[in-house]
Design a protein around this ligand. Structure first.
Ligand SMILES: [Zn+2]
Length: 297
């Protein structure tokens, strides 16, 4: 399994190889949420994030591997920069992998055990406060079909949009960097989600990118009714940029998902971030050159 300590070690290795690293902010338990930057500064950028859901920690290792691939293959042209955020939910991942042993606060510990209904957190998705981060973003918040209104291992929307430290951190990081596209890795199902009510040219544009992702990965496009409050949803609705959720991993496997599948998942996604960023950058530049205004902002 790939844990939070493993991530910190990997980030340190990137750093020692001269790769820019940093943190997007802190988790509920005040742990830093690291990023790894690959590509050119001062140009257009992209955010690729993983492990927003605790039990999907394999996606953290996937995102680290995607960053490593680009560092090792520095001859491949990147028309901008990519911020890789491998583990948006470090507390949740720790909880999932270690149980409550690492949590100092006794009250929190007993609350979490009660919410979980036992000491095995292997299927936990939320953060250390029982909030499901991918329904805590301000995008039709609280109107989803599966939304929960109490702290839970999954689906609890939180007290308000961005009530969780992790979603606030990712929101502020995203607003500061103004990416032109974002990619979120989840587990499982081998599907691509791209839609959140965008209309006219944005709908056409985002569908086209989604089709290219589908072609590259081999995963079909899916439109979900009643799924709201996610990072991708917020990027589409508020930032008006193309944003995608990719569910990696074959559905025939159960959670906890086998790490032996990582090799296969990597093959399907290895050069996707760079290709997607380059495609979007080319389109943005074409629009700018044609004097059509900033369609992407
Ligand atoms: Zn997920």
């Amino acid at each position: 399994m790939f844990g939070y300590e493993d991530l910190l070690k990997e980030v340190d290795i990137f750093c020692r190889h001269g790769v820019e690293t940093g943190t997007i902010g802190e988790s509920e338990l005040k742990e830093r949420i690291p990023y790894i930057f690959v590509g050119k500064k001062n140009g257009y950028c992209m955010i690729v994030q993983g492990a927003m859901h605790a039990r999907e920690h394999l996606t953290a290792l996937l995102v680290v591997c995607l960053a490593k691939y680009l560092v090792k293959n520095s001859h491949l042209p990147i028309d901008g920069g990519i911020y890789f955020v491998p583990m948006t939910n470090p507390d949740g991942v720790r909880l999932c992998q270690e149980g409550v042993g690492f949590i100092a606060d006794k009250q929190r510990k007993s609350n979490l055990l009660a919410i979980n209904g036992g000491s095995d957190f292997a299927l936990w998705k939320a953060n250390a406060d029982g909030v499901d981060l991918n329904v805590n973003f301000d995008a039709k918040w609280g109107t989803g079909k599966q939304n929960g209104y109490y702290k839970s291992p999954c689906n609890y929307i939180g007290r308000a949009p961005f009530s969780a430290a992790e979603t606030r951190a990712l929101k502020e990081f995203t607003e500061r960097l103004k990416p032109i596209v974002t990619l979120s890795y989840h587990l499982k199902g081998e599907q691509v989600y791209w839609e959140f009510g965008q209309t006219s040219h944005r709908r056409y544009r985002d569908r086209r990118y989604a089709e290219s992702i589908s072609k590259y990965t081999g995963y079909p496009l899916v439109t979900l009714d009643g799924s709201v409050g996610g990072y991708k949803d917020w990027c589409i609705e508020h930032l008006k940029i193309p944003a995608f959720t990719i569910e990696v991993g074959n559905d025939t496997f159960e959670h906890p998902f086998p790490y032996s599948e990582l090799r296969h998942i990597l093959q399907q996604n290895l050069d996707l971030p760079r290709r997607l960023l380059n495609t979007v950058v080319r389109d943005v530049q074409r629009v700018d050159a044609a004097g059509l205004g900033r369609l992407y902002k």
